[in-house]
Design a protein around this ligand. Structure first.
Ligand code: FES
Length: 77
């Protein structure tokens, strides 16, 4: 499904760009152009960025890797 209609960028492409290291809507725009035209998709791009930040593997205080399921977070509700 296209998230950015202006630049024909899909949610799958955006996830790949974010997984590849993009950390802001500006970085996503530099990578593929999404969000750089009418701007109506920027909110959804920021939501994908936030979900990625909340669900990426992280090392906790106990030193083990954890992945928080988006469904467990209020953001996903
Ligand atoms: S829909 Fe993404 S810039 Fe217009």
């Amino acid at each position: 499904m296209y998230v950015c209609v202006c630049k024909a960028v899909s949610d799958k492409e955006l996830r790949q760009i974010i997984e590849g290291g993009a950390r802001s809507a500006a970085e996503v725009e530099r990578s593929c152009g999404a969000g750089g035209d009418c701007g109506s998709c920027v909110g959804e791009i920021e939501e994908l960025l936030a979900i990625h930040q909340l669900t990426r593997p992280a090392i906790s205080a106990c030193g083990r890797h954890h992945r928080v399921a988006a469904a467990e977070l209020s953001l996903a509700a």
